[in-house]
Design a protein around this ligand. Structure first.
Ligand SMILES: [Zn+2]
Length: 420
């Protein structure tokens, strides 16, 4: 179930009892509403809570997580150079690079933990909207022979404990990544290793690689899939979905998207599923092994909150994926004119696929997409702004805040409370 609060009632509740807003089903405040509600800003993280921030820069994916003990993690830091006719405007604005805005967002929210280090930096796959485009205008790092964008901007601003990607130390499967953004990322990885900093390849199936630093909360992050390897649901066992490359035409090789890392977060009854740009599309049945997202969703679902992976593009959510995940809230990481696809929205909203209410949030929906899909996008809870999922310490309830991405004040635009 879920119910929404308007800002005025939320503010009153906050003033009265700071923690009441985290209690699903709490009685509404009996106090009369004032004529003008003061602007509410996102209360800082506090110990025991799980915060999942979908940072909306308009330039790609970036999800910042504060675990119940204050352990921190960033999944991706996109910084696409795509032009404004096909991609969203940079937010808060274009005076700083997207990676710098992301770094500042993290620094601001890390303050509540008393720490200044990012414990985990995870790159789901090697594409610019997840790690950063590079041009001659990208400044050089002071730490090594690479340029600053997305992931490297964040690593320049904050100490990073452990960098994890899908491929380290060998990036030649299924094919060596091409492009200046990939060369730059690999130079960054090499530089980290030379400086004695930790880099690991993701390990599928277990919960030990992305553990909290301490604490006793019933919290875990399980790696569900990467590189076509998918958890079976039994212990740490995995299966490989990809055929041997020597049986495939080069055009049918797994691409970067279908190699993406998929993760499931759990805190008590609450769960969250996210999978980079993993896809379910099989070329209409011709290449069934490419439905890695379907396999991952079936073993990981259901989830309280899920991202619409690959930005809600046509090849992301199959009907089976929606049935398996059936979340109370979908978060679509949008930044391009094609995000999301109309049929993906139909599926997310379809009570034929799963019953009950659900909310849809997009980080940066372009006006052109809204015009094309208005019949469905008008049903979204939010089309622009940071989307923050805050889970209560016992995992019984969670609140979804949308905050203003036009500045750095974390002003709350909407709030929605749910039982997990
Ligand atoms: Zn992407």
């Amino acid at each position: 179930m879920n119910h929404s609060l308007d800002r005025r009632r939320f503010v009153l509740g906050m003033l009265a009892t700071p923690l009441a807003m985290h209690t699903a089903g709490a009685a509404p405040s009996p106090a009369p509403a004032p004529d003008v509600a003061p602007p509410a800003t996102l209360p800082p993280w506090s110990p025991g809570y799980l915060d999942i921030h979908h940072i909306a820069t308009g330039r790609g994916n970036a999800t910042f997580i504060l675990m119940p003990d204050g352990t921190s993690m960033l999944i991706d830091a996109g910084a696409t150079d795509d032009t404004l006719n096909v991609s969203a405007a940079p937010k808060p604005d274009g005076t700083r690079r997207p990676g710098v805005w992301i770094g500042r967002y993290i620094q601001r929210h890390l303050r509540a933990t008393g720490r200044e280090q990012l414990d985990y930096l995870l790159v789901t796959h090697i594409h610019p909207d997840h790690l950063g485009d590079v041009s001659d205008a990208s400044p050089l790092s002071a730490q090594g022979p690479y340029r600053l964008t997305g992931i490297t901007d964040v690593a320049e601003m904050l100490p990073v404990g452990l960098l994890i990607d899908r491929a380290y130390p060998s990036y030649d499967f299924p094919a060596a990544p091409k492009g200046r953004f990939a060369e730059n990322y690999l130079a960054f990885v090499k530089s980290r290793v030379q400086r004695g900093l930790a880099v690991e390849r993701i390990r599928v199936g277990g919960t030990s690689q992305l553990a909290m630093r301490g604490g006793t909360a019933p919290f875990s992050i399980r790696t569900i899939a990467a590189n076509g390897e998918v958890w079976t649901g039994k212990g740490g066992q995995t299966k490989n979905m990809f055929p041997s490359l020597n049986t495939l035409a080069a055009a049918d090789y797994p691409n970067e998207n279908v190699c993406s890392i998929a993760l499931k977060f759990s805190l008590g009854k609450f769960s969250y599923f996210t999978a980079g740009d993993l896809t379910s599309y099989t070329y209409d049945g011709d290449l069934p092994w490419r439905d890695v997202l379907g396999a991952a969703a079936r073993v990981a679902g259901p989830a309280s909150v899920a991202t619409a992976d690959h930005h809600g593009m046509f090849d992301g959510l199959s009907a089976d994926v929606v049935r398996a995940l059936r979340p109370q809230a979908w978060v679509i990481p949008t930044w391009h004119i094609a995000h999301p696809d109309m049929l993906q929205l139909e599926r997310m909203l379809s009570e034929r696929l799963y019953p009950g209410p659900r909310e849809i949030y997009a980080t940066s929906l372009m006006t052109a997409n809204h015009l094309a899909n208005q019949r469905l996008t008008s049903k979204m809870r939010s089309r622009d702004g940071h989307i923050v999922v805050r889970v209560a310490p016992d995992g019984e309830a969670f609140t979804i805040y949308v905050t203003d991405n036009g500045d750095e004040n974390d002003t709350i635009r909407s709030i929605s409370k749910h039982d997990a």
